[in-house]
Design a protein around this ligand. Structure first.
Ligand SMILES: [Fe+2]
Length: 126
């Protein structure tokens, strides 16, 4: 089992440590309510306010969206598509929910490992 990192693990550290966690943290952006059996859109952005490097040696490789133990989707990132400069990498997920969701995004940096977002609860209504 790989170690999972999260922003809160580092948020109370020095400014350098906080910045390290800030630029690695996946952020879930979506409505907090969804309609059952209708397409629902979720955006995952990497980095709260600080952009992450995107060099050949140091970049994000994939983003996953989970609801509890269910993997909803994986987006494999092609680094060159985002250029060589630091960037807020983003991935968009669209799926059809059946039940309420407890979303967690996981994202993998090839140098600093697997990072998880905060959990977001989505109420699914008729
Ligand atoms: Fe990194």
């Amino acid at each position: 089992m790989p170690r999972l990192f999260s922003y809160k693990d580092f948020a109370s550290g020095s400014p350098t440590v906080e910045a390290f966690a800030n630029k690695h943290s996946p952020i879930i952006i979506c409505n907090l309510e969804a309609k059952r059996d209708k397409p629902f859109n979720v955006k995952v952005k990497i980095g709260k306010t600080i952009k992450h490097p995107n060099s050949p040696e140091h970049h994000y490789q994939y983003i996953q969206l989970w609801s509890l133990e269910t993997l909803i989707a994986t987006v494999k990132l092609e680094r060159a598509s985002f250029g060589d400069l630091p960037v807020h990498v983003e991935a968009n997920f669209t799926f059809i929910p059946k039940v309420s969701l407890r979303l967690i995004a996981l994202a993998y940096c090839n140098k600093h490992g697997l990072w998880q977002s905060e959990e977001v609860f989505i109420k699914v209504k008729e």
